[in-house]
Design a protein around this ligand. Structure first.
Ligand code: AMP
Length: 284
């Protein structure tokens, strides 16, 4: 069932809650691929009812980012959700989410701002305000859908960590379910932004997953000095890659690690054909 308004979603949710049914929420920006599919499948399996939101959230894009050209494929997304067994696809427009004038600056809109310690690093460093936009929209979706469970991919590990922190700090009655990264057979992490890459770009992009797998293999052989582990990455990178960061951080607190352990995540962001790609690997 494709719904565009908050009112319609609220009415349906009220009905389900009356019947004592559990509700799962899968927030997405659409252009759904097998990564999203795995989250939706998990929700359908775990919950009585599943809501998939499809909303390209303007307030999480920074000036100069790809808001206008971000792929929008609502018909196909709706069909896929239907096939998987989702009950509602909630696809509001920005006006529905942010009001008449939809004035999006934080002078005019109440924002949920995650702690600076979590946002001044990794993607937050170059995407200033991005996680404020994410936390604000996810909070709104939680209030609209009132899910028992919400499903997020480890592909966006910093986002997942920040949202867990938000739920804990604000006592939001929802359980966050982290879902594994879905990759192509080649190792490339699925992403809606992979659509911007040429065939050669996709081949060049494999360096990211390859160097992460290699770091994990070295760690498994007993190498724990993150400076050394980080240096192994450079043999995978060349002029086709513009590295933004490669960092070793704690899975819960995002603190930097000099000595890798089982709680360490290796985070990478790099541009290939000027497309910004992110990936990560848990060393455990
Ligand atoms: P997005 O549409 O990019 O906002 O992503 C919506 C949700 O799908 C987020 O929780 C992402 O982490 C998750 N997701 C995106 N790509 C993948 C992937 N390759 N594997 C697992 N989850 C993913």
């Amino acid at each position: 069932m494709l719904l565009h308004t908050i009112k319609e979603v609220r009415e349906q949710i009220k009905e389900w809650k009356k019947q004592g049914l559990t509700v799962g929420l899968v927030p997405t920006m659409g252009a759904l691929h097998n990564g999203h599919k795995s989250l939706i499948e998990k929700s359908v399996e775990k919950c009585d009812k599943t809501v998939v939101s499809v909303f390209v959230n303007p307030i999480q894009f920074c000036p100069g980012e790809d808001l206008d050209k971000y792929p929008r494929t609502l018909d196909a997304d709706n069909k896929l959700c239907d096939e998987i067994g989702a009950d509602i696809v909630f696809a509001p427009n920005p006006k529905e989410m942010y009001g008449e004038g939809h004035i999006l600056s934080n002078d005019f809109l109440t924002y949920v701002i995650p702690p600076y310690f979590y946002t001044d690093k990794l993607c937050g460093k170059s995407r200033v305000g991005h996680f404020d936009g994410v936390c604000t929209v996810v909070n709104k979706l939680f209030n609209i859908v009132q899910p028992d469970f919400a499903f997020f991919g480890k592909k966006d590990m910093q986002q997942l960590i920040i949202l867990k922190k938000m739920v804990q700090d604000l006592n939001i009655p929802v359980e966050i379910i982290p879902c594994p990264i879905v990759r192509e057979e080649s190792g490339l992490a699925l992403s809606s932004r992979n659509k911007y890459l040429t065939e050669q770009g996709k081949i060049n992009a494999l360096a990211l997953s390859k160097l992460l797998f290699n770091i994990k293999a070295c760690y498994n052989k007993g190498v724990v000095d993150t400076k050394y582990l980080g240096e192994t990455a450079y043999s995978f990178l060349n002029d086709n890659h513009s590295l933004e960061y490669l960092e070793f951080r704690d899975k819960d607190t995002l603190e930097e690690k000099t000595i890798a352990d089982d709680n360490t995540v290796v985070f990478i962001a790099a541009r290939v054909e000027n497309v910004r790609l992110i990936d990560n690997i848990e060393l455990r």
